[in-house]
Design a protein around this ligand. Structure first.
Ligand code: SAM
Length: 263
């Protein structure tokens, strides 16, 4: 149910959000009004947004690849640019196929891929219990979600059978974390952002182990920044995968794809 005749009108919410520094105050106000079930809920949501919580944490969902993905405190909000990684994955996923979403966060990537294609056997993992809880909710009956470090919680039976390995790992260099917008820096877990000295520590670990899990011809897809692309390509290639870099000007996104050679 949305709030149409509440004590907080659209214009008063816009004014409050604008005063708090929200750049897209009109759009945000419309979303808050459409999502709140009661005037009291709307007032509480506006208060949380004014206090600096990410809009998606306040709403309880983020839009990703046309899906409403549940998110909340302690969970990374899937970014629109990451839709490019999913678009690339759709073109690389055979039917039927085994797909792993590593460092899955809310589970958005795997859920979007499994929703787009029939015949996907989906497995997702994350180290953060809060992420795993949200991922289980978002993935639902589309797959299984495990808690643990990278590949460790996956069933051994997947070794050498994974057709597509989605891995939007943390890739912000440690020294740049403090430069992130407050919404990310304060409200998203550090483990979701900090990729180590040059930002590529987790990616290197994934790339080193990926060839043992990928099927011949299977592909790893990782997101990176334009600035890191050359080093990310090298990291993906160093484990024995054949790397290539794909970019989207529209989504301002860079993805490295590493393919296991067919023996
Ligand atoms: C940048 S977020 C991406 C989340 C999700 N893939 C997305 O794009 O919305 C990175 C995720 O990696 C998880 N993570 C970090 N280190 C990990 C590790 N060693 N093993 C498993 N998950 C890890 C974090 O908890 C976080 O959910």
């Amino acid at each position: 149910m949305s709030v149409s005749a509440s004590p907080l009108s659209l214009s008063s919410v816009v004014t409050t959000l604008r005063a708090a520094g929200c750049v897209f105050a009109e759009d945000e106000a419309a979303l808050l009004l459409a999502t709140a079930g009661t005037p009291a809920e709307l007032a509480a949501m506006v208060e949380r947004r004014v206090a600096g919580l990410p809009l998606e944490h306040v709403l309880g969902w983020a839009e990703f690849c046309g899906l409403r993905v549940h998110v909340g405190p302690g969970v990374f909000v899937p970014r629109r640019r990451t839709e490019f990684l999913v678009q690339q994955a759709v073109g690389l996923t055979p039917i039927p196929s085994v797909v792993v979403d590593l460092c899955c966060g809310s589970g958005a990537l795997g859920a979007a891929l499994a929703a787009a294609l029939e015949g996907v056997e989906l497995h997702a993992t994350d180290v953060e219990p809060a992420a795993v809880r949200y991922a289980r909710r978002n993935v639902g009956g589309l797959g299984k979600v495990y808690e643990g470090d990278l590949f460790a919680p996956l069933p051994d039976s997947l070794r050498g059978r994974v057709d597509v390995l989605l891995a939007n790992v943390p890739y912000v260099p440690t020294g740049d974390v403090e430069l992130l917008p407050a919404e990310a820096r304060i409200h998203e877990p550090r483990v979701a952002l900090d990729g180590g000295g040059d930002g590529l520590d987790v990616m290197r670990r994934v790339a080193a182990e990926a060839p043992r899990w990928l099927a011949p011809g299977g592909s790893l897809l990782v997101e990176t920044s334009e600035r890191q692309a050359a080093r990310a390509e090298e990291a993906v290639g160093s484990g024995g995968l054949i790397p290539r870099v794909m970019t989207s000007d529209e989504l301002y996104a860079t993805v490295v794809i590493g393919t296991r050679p067919v023996d």
